[in-house]
Design a protein around this ligand. Structure first.
Ligand SMILES: [Zn+2]
Length: 163
């Protein structure tokens, strides 16, 4: 059994491991091993091993280069909103106000509200692949140019917020 919890949501990971071990043992599954992963550091190893982890996946924290940590979750299957606990289900649209740069996430297809500042929300979503084929003129260079323009337009303004 693999327990995978990012460090930002770990809570008390050791207690979760003890709880799972307890429940497995109680139900006659003493042979089931517990593997843990998700933002683990070398400092976590002893604590999680003592809590009952049989194996540990330590990756990002021992990488030699600078890393970009991200994860993906299923949020919709065949058009039906569905996800695991702790995630917001359904396909979404990510919007940014063209005036104050605040960010808003809404269910995809919802009507776009007006920003409290009076500005207009614009979608940040670009479909990059369609059935495995690149379906946009977007390039890394264009994305970089757009990001740099946004950064320059944000200088000397209030820090953009996330709603
Ligand atoms: Zn605004």
């Amino acid at each position: 059994m693999r327990l995978d919890t990012p460090s930002s949501r770990r809570g008390n990971f050791a207690n979760s491991i003890r709880e799972v071990r307890w429940e497995l043992d109680l139900r006659g599954f003493k042979d089931v091993k517990i593997m843990v992963s998700g933002g683990l550091t070398p400092q976590d190893i002893v604590v999680l091993r003592n809590a009952g982890a049989d194996s540990l996946g330590v990756g990002t924290s021992i990488a030699s280069g600078k890393t970009v940590d991200f994860s993906m979750d299923i949020v919709e299957i065949a058009g039906k909103p569905l996800t695991k606990k702790g995630k917001f289900s359904s396909r979404k649209d990510v919007l940014r106000c063209n005036k104050c740069h605040s960010v808003l996430v809404i269910p995809d297809g919802s009507s776009i509200p007006q920003c409290e500042c009076g500005g207009r929300y614009e979608s940040l979503m670009i479909q990059y692949l369609r059935s495995g084929t690149v379906s946009t003129e977007e390039t890394p260079a264009k994305a970089r140019d757009r990001a740099m323009a946004w950064i320059h337009s944000s200088i000397n303004k209030d820090e953009p917020g996330v709603k």
